[in-house]
Write a protein that binds this ligand. Structure first.
Ligand SMILES: *Cc1c(COP(=O)(O)O)cnc(C)c1O
Length: 390
């Protein structure tokens, strides 16, 4: 089966990891700060906190922004569950905003409407988690303007978007947001096995997230409430977690970062082949904004169901039967039983629901060979046009 995404690990990556394994410190050594430094250098963020997953990064980002009971967090109706769960971890209420049918990102119109209504009801969100779906940046400028009117904080869930650019600058610089989160799960743009990072330009948020990552424990005299009892001494000054990244992971991440731009170029190269092939087929391809550069984490097509004689489900299973490891990103969050239990109902997010009926994610990753891309295109075209693969 050709997977929809997979890591690209080089000999240099392997050597970097082995070097750590042979060293004295396999966690909390020099590699985590080194990895954080290269993330800051690339994104132009002031601070970075590397953690064991993007989910953890989203959690400590919400906590650092003081999200708690009686607060509300909004996110996009089409995203991975973690973009919403981070709010629930903090005891907050969550709500969703419908997507833009062209970019699949949060719809600015839907957001404006929802904010105006929420203001009247005194139910404005404290945080909005915006998701750069597929690696295509959201309209951050617009969202930032709304945050000034309505007073919410912005977390960019950039799990798909390391190396992407908005208005010619790298995602993660927090020019329009408070905190940006990246994921390094193996299907994402670069990997650390499991891992994530939160970037910010705010020294206070950096300090809070650093404490939250490691039990709320400090060894810094300036942070302590009493004078140090001796050089063994540390103080727990707040409640934190063990969300640390290991040096083994950070070594892999540091090595992978050197090939970030190459990975994205390869993704663009493959996506262009798909784009050309699908021009004349009854499918739609989501749009990318002219003032942005997508990291192309996912290649998603939407079936024009009124123009084909085969169902979405059958297209999907025929592709899988032919060893094309397609996927669907994502099931609308309000469809999940867990979120339904908060009272969300089918029909609430029409664009997200329509999208879900038509969407298929095709394989896209840097080591995907051109021959495999051609094979996928042939199989897909036959299924769409003939309703089978004969
Ligand atoms: C992958 C992903 C996450 C979670 O990342 P982990 O590193 O696996 O915790 C969160 N949000 C989105 C949009 C993702 O794609």
């Amino acid at each position: 089966m050709i997977p929809y995404g997979r890591q690209d690990i080089s000999e240099d990556d392997i050597k970097s990891v082995i070097n750590v394994l042979k060293s004295d410190l396999i966690t909390q050594g020099p590699l985590v700060p080194k990895f954080e430094h290269i993330i800051c250098e690339k994104t132009n963020a002031k601070y970075a906190v590397a953690v064991n997953s993007a989910t953890s990064a989203l959690h400590i980002a919400c906590l650092a922004l003081d999200l708690s009971r009686n607060d509300i967090l909004w996110t996009s109706a089409i995203t991975f569950v973690a973009s919403a769960n981070c709010g629930i971890y903090c005891g907050a209420k969550i709500d969703f905003v419908d997507i833009d049918k062209f970019t699949l990102n949060i719809s600015i119109n839907a957001l404006k409407e929802k904010l105006a209504i929420a203001q009247k009801k005194n139910k404005l969100p404290k945080i909005i988690v915006v998701v750069h779906m597929r690696g295509e940046p959201c309209e951050l400028d617009e969202i930032n303007k709304l945050s000034k009117i309505y007073g919410f904080k912005i977390i960019e869930d950039a799990s798909h978007a390391i190396g992407a650019k908005y208005q010619k600058e790298y995602i993660g610089n927090n020019k329009f947001s408070d905190i940006t989160v990246f994921s390094f799960h193996p299907v994402k743009i670069i990997t650390t096995g499991e891992g994530g990072v939160a970037t910010t330009n705010d020294q206070r948020l950096h300090k809070k997230m650093s404490l939250l990552r490691t039990h709320g424990i400090t060894r810094d005299q300036k942070e302590m409430h009493t004078f140090s009892h001796g050089s063994w001494y540390y103080e727990q000054v707040s409640l934190g977690y063990n969300y640390r990244m290991t040096d083994i992971q950070a070594a892999l991440g540091f090595s992978q970062m050197k090939r970030l731009d190459y990975f994205i170029e390869k993704r663009h190269e493959i996506a262009r082949i798909y784009d050309n092939a699908f021009n004349n087929l009854p499918v739609s391809i989501p749009k990318n904004n002219s003032e942005s550069y997508s990291s192309l984490h996912l290649y998603i097509i939407r079936l024009q169901l009124d123009k084909i004689s085969i169902s979405h489900k059958d297209v999907f299973s025929l592709l899988r039967k032919n060893d094309v490891g397609v996927n669907v990103h994502y099931i609308p969050l309000h469809y999940h039983p867990y979120f339904k239990s908060f009272g969300f109902k089918k029909g609430q997010y029409p664009e997200a629901e329509k999208y879900y009926k038509e969407a298929i994610t095709l394989p896209l990753y840097p080591t995907l060979k051109h021959a495999a891309v051609k094979k996928i295109i042939n199989i897909f075209s036959k299924i769409i046009l003939d309703g089978n693969t004969q």
